[in-house]
Design a protein around this ligand. Structure first.
Ligand SMILES: Cc1ncc(COP(=O)(O)O)c(C=O)c1O
Length: 436
């Protein structure tokens, strides 16, 4: 379907400098493979899989056909006390990818909803087992857990919080894991495992049996790809076990092959209790998120309810929407058939070498990377984020789309990319960043 865009006035764009954008628009009108096309007909290489969604590339006919067929078969069904086959099948497929024992899958419509759902699952779990006093949540500075009130409260980015009041009560933040001595570390940095002990301090401060869960992005994505220091995630797991705290991995970006395994939990060999996901679940083709939960959590919550009562008073009108499930199933089939997680693991060393070859570019102050994700920081301009926006615009003009957060860039190309595309991403980055 084609739309004529005659005015930009009426749409309030999310996380966008609206006034500047509307003067200098960057409109995507078409996507195919690893490319977009702009409203001016320019081809734009996609260096961030859209927003870390389109792992299988753009314009996948199989997904579009599956969605269209589903809509003509069953367009919508009531999700409460009702089901349709796609929900059960997609849950089975997702649970086959998650670590063993994390086998129950709840559907949402976004990463933010997945995070807020995970908050509620953890509270309901502790209450069901007689520890309802565990209400505190722990997360980290520089974390991004979406934009609903729960996720905003967990997040550790000042701009995402400062205008929005005090948020959810009872959230404590650990320090982030960026350390100057780790600058330009490829893969897991050497220093910083001891930062996990912040969790021990928070537990001691508030009482360990008041803490319900700790939220961790295995690799903090939106803040610029902060890879966990060697031993850090293991230490977090140990402290959680010691105090009965649930460990929740927010895998909204890291899920579905980005780290070279299905999930970062497998890449780092640390098993959480709950995992949140979204984005690449449908290759970004339908809005959808999911929360995968350890069987014992599901059993505890369900068994706490008598008879045939509803066990978990939570859900969305569009939980497990038929079209989203169809997109998810077609996406899983592509990942499997094309071996995209393995492909990511194979391409990763080449990708990281190419990215790290930029370390001599003067404006770059740090590079980080793991799997098919990398981050770079640039010397800030007159105020935080000003240089980042300038970089993003100049990259776009030069034919490359990269997600910038403040003065950090996040490079995460589609997993179907060829080496030549990686080279092209790095060539454009070098050319543009060298002008600063
Ligand atoms: C780790 C993480 N959690 C949650 C979210 C929120 O997802 P959504 O924008 O789909 O609500 C994001 C989005 O980038 C994310 O990176």
């Amino acid at each position: 379907m084609k739309y004529a865009t005659n005015t930009l006035d009426y749409y309030w764009m999310p996380f966008t400098s609206n006034r500047d954008f509307k003067e200098h628009p960057r409109i995507f009108v078409r996507g195919e493979g690893v490319h977009y096309w702009s409203h001016q007909g320019q081809q734009i290489l996609d260096g961030s899989s859209g927003l870390f969604c389109c792992a299988a590339g753009h314009g996948r006919r199989e997904i579009a056909d599956a969605v269209a067929e589903q809509l003509m078969t069953l367009d919508y069904g009531p999700p409460f006390q009702g089901g349709h086959p796609g929900q059960f099948e997609l849950a089975r497929k997702v649970s086959a990818l998650t670590p063993e024992g994390i086998d129950k899958v709840f559907f949402t419509n976004s990463g933010s909803e997945s995070v807020d759902t995970a908050i509620k699952v953890s509270l309901a779990y502790h209450r069901a087992r007689g520890e309802g006093q565990r209400m505190r949540m722990v997360s980290r500075e520089r974390a991004y857990h979406g934009v609903n009130i729960g996720g905003t409260s967990l997040s550790g980015l000042v701009k995402n919080r400062e205008a929005f009041g005090v948020g959810m009560a009872g959230v404590a933040h650990m320090r982030h894991t960026w350390l100057a001595e780790n600058r330009f570390s490829k893969g897991q940095p050497e220093h910083g495992a001891e930062l996990a002990d912040d969790l021990e301090r928070i537990a001691a401060m508030y009482g360990p049996d008041t803490v319900a869960a700790v939220f961790i992005e295995p690799i903090a994505g939106s803040t610029g790809t902060l890879v966990p220091p060697v031993g850090y995630l293991e230490r977090i797991r140990e402290i959680c076990d010691k105090h009965g705290i649930l460990l929740i991995f927010d895998e909204v970006i890291t899920g579905f092959g980005r780290t070279g395994s299905a999930f970062a939990a497998q890449s780092f060999n640390v098993k959480p209790d709950i995992m949140t996901m979204a984005k690449a679940l449908t290759n970004g083709n339908q809005p959808m998120g999911a929360v995968a939960v350890d069987d014992r959590i599901y059993d505890t919550i369900c068994n706490a309810t008598q008879g045939d009562g509803i066990e978990f008073f939570h859900g969305y009108t569009y939980s497990g929407h038929p079209a989203a499930c169809a997109a998810g199933l077609a996406t899983m089939e592509i990942y499997e058939r094309e071996g995209l997680f393995e492909r990511a693991a194979q391409l990763s060393p080449y990708f990281l070498d190419a990215i790290f070859s930029l370390s001599d570019v003067a404006v770059i102050t740090d590079l980080r990377g793991y799997g098919m994700m990398a981050g770079f920081d640039v010397v800030p301009g007159e105020r935080p984020g000003a240089r980042g926006l300038e970089v993003q615009k100049k990259l776009f003009e030069a034919g490359l789309h990269i997600k910038m957060t403040g003065d950090s860039g996040i490079v995460a190309p589609p997993l179907v990319s060829e080496r030549a595309h990686v080279d092209q991403v790095c060539d454009i980055l070098r050319r543009v960043l060298s002008t600063f």
